[in-house]
Design a protein around this ligand. Sequence first.
Ligand SMILES: Nc1ncnc2c1ncn2[C@@H]1O[C@H](COP(=O)(O)OP(=O)(O)O)[C@@H](O)[C@H]1O
Ligand SMILES: [Mg+2]
Length: 251
Amino acid sequence: MSEPLVKMRGITKRFGGVTALIDVDLEAYAGEVLAIVGDNGAGKSTLIKILTGVYQPTEGEMFLDGLKVAFSSHADAIDMGIDAVYQTLALADHLDPAANMFLGNELTRTVLGMTFLDNKRMRSETERVLMERLGVRLKSLDAPTESLSGGQRQAVAIARAVYHEGLRVLVMDEPTAALGPQETARTLKLIQTLKAQGLAVILISHSLDDVFEVSDRIHVQRRGQRVGVVETASSNTQEVLGLIVGAEEAA
Ligand SMILES: Nc1ncnc2c1ncn2[C@@H]1O[C@H](COP(=O)(O)OP(=O)(O)O)[C@@H](O)[C@H]1O
Ligand SMILES: [Mg+2]
């Protein structure tokens, strides 16, 4: 395999007396889905919050395309092409999908020296990105986002991330946790679509079914440490569960 797009080395994170991560390495390649699994408290969210600039590591280094990077905020990570979609989606539910897509980055036009929101272009861009990048057509572009299904709301959140031309790494923390089987299947298809576009997709999931269906490699966290990385195609649920729980407990 070529050089990883993302490399984390020796990441340790302490919150006061709590050590959330101990000397963790992570690699993610362009055009792959890397799953991160592990019990509650294993450090999954903390690890990806460091990758996305939300937290700063106590120790350790990160590399993007082989170049050392350090983020002092989530905005820094976004600038470098790393973004995340959380289970909670962080959508403004009372606003329509286009308003959500451009929240804080509204498109404007200037007429006779005055600046107006360009609602028409924001809507057409929203429609275009959803269709071209995700193959999704929304039930309605007029209704508040809360009236859409869980899967469609998620597509809006993903579209907002991929609208950034420089996006190269997309982290998804438990994207199917709140979804039914049909919407889960659609979300897994979306993940495949993003992978095919060359993104590195990092998927945190409690569902080993989802993980085995969609991932290329599985990074297993246990008690703040990376305890294994397996190739999905040559592993199985048994092996991964064993790593999650730990050999002594599984024996
Ligand atoms: N902001 C925080 N302050 C203090 N402790 C935290 C904080 N965030 C996470 N932790 C602790 O770090 C450990 C790892 O948590 P987390 O990364 O959320 O695990 P996971 O996502 O795998 O469930 C846990 O012991 C958790 O209590
Ligand atoms: Mg978590």
